[in-house]
Design a protein around this ligand. Structure first.
Ligand code: 13P
Ligand code: SF4
Length: 310
């Protein structure tokens, strides 16, 4: 990239010229969030992707999110700044193994968390996100047997909230499994006024300590509406940017990880940079595309989710 160009201004110009929209997840770096047309959690982003009238969707997030946008808007060009931006949770559930797993439970409905490949969605009956997982499970009759995957932690949380006995796939997110229970206890002693808020992808013993559990947008809303002045936040650190912007006088502390060398950044989300975003808008690649049959099969369970979440 020419070092003399104003990259933010160029992105704005290209966006207009190409009738493009930038959708960004809360875990993106601050510069990307600040240039996005819409910032949201997985549910909000898929709702935006379904209704946009732009010709090009630049998805500042990870691969499965861009795939979901493509499934919901197959005629649009969907760009991802870095095609290698994957997801450890999605990787923990290869579709061919899940298909075998599913065969053992022929009378079960399959609910998959949106953090999975399009192939996996195509094997599902309903998709869910962290903000509607409880609602989706509760929308089914009480005696309905259910497989829930790929996130074991979210599955355990939904089991507790609904009292349903779900069959769980044993997958997890690398970012939400690093938090240290002991260090959180120590931090709470240091900041006794602080509330502890956590994403349901965290492990059970971490969630057990939380004052609030919710999706990224749920956590953000909570910090805006709640009266506390300090929060310890157990999720990817990108969300702190919006929390701090919305409540400039409050203090937000990232929950401490187990290992001193670890941090709360998602290495996949953070592969995207403003420069890569500019390049992908300029060259209109890398593009996320899917075989039409996968689009058709994966769309139904996503649309079912969107109908239930309206
Ligand atoms: P939400 O933003 O839907 O809570 O998802 C969190 C996440 O881990 C996305 O990768
Ligand atoms: Fe996947 Fe976890 Fe990164 Fe979200 S934070 S994209 S679930 S690895």
């Amino acid at each position: 990239i020419d070092p003399t160009i104003d990259i933010v201004a160029e992105i704005q110009r290209l966006k207009k010229e190409k009738n493009a929209v930038i959708l960004a997840h809360y875990y993106q770096e601050a510069e990307i969030q600040d240039i996005a047309d819409y910032i949201g959690d997985s549910l909000g982003l898929s709702q935006q992707a379904a209704k946009t009238d732009a010709d090009v969707i630049v998805f500042a997030g990870v691969h499965f999110m861009a795939e979901t946008a493509k499934i919901l808007s197959p005629s649009k060009k969907v760009l991802l700044p870095d095609l290698k931006a994957g997801c450890s949770l999605s990787d923990s559930c290869p579709p061919h193994l899940f298909a075998k797993f599913k065969e053992q439970y022929p009378d079960h409905v399959v609910i998959t968390y949106v953090n999975c490949t399009a192939e996996l969605k195509a094997l599902s009956d309903i998709v869910c996100t962290s903000s509607n997982a409880v609602q989706i499970v509760e929308s089914l009759p009480e005696n309905q047997k259910i497989i829930f995957g790929p996130d074991r932690n979210l599955g355990e949380y939904v089991k507790k909230k609904t009292g349903r006995d779900l069959v769980l796939w044993n997958g997890a997110c690398m970012v939400h499994e690093i938090f240290s229970q002991d260090k959180i206890v120590d931090l709470r002693e240091q900041f006794p006024e602080a509330k502890f808020i956590a994403h349901p992808e965290c492990e059970d013993h971490i969630l057990a300590q939380a004052d609030y559990i919710g999706s990224t947008s749920g956590m953000l809303k909570f910090t805006i509406e709640d009266s506390a002045k300090q929060y310890i936040v157990a999720t990817e650190s990108g969300i702190l940017h919006q929390m701090q912007k919305a409540s400039p006088t409050k203090i937000f502390i990232p929950a401490p990880p187990n290992n001193v060398c670890a941090c709360n950044d998602c290495p996949h989300m953070k592969l995207n940079t403003l420069e890569k975003l500019y390049n992908c808008l300029y060259y209109e690649r890398p593009e996320v595309d899917l075989p039409m049959d996968v689009v058709e099969r994966a769309r139904k369970p996503i649309e079912r989710m969107l109908e239930i979440s309206e």
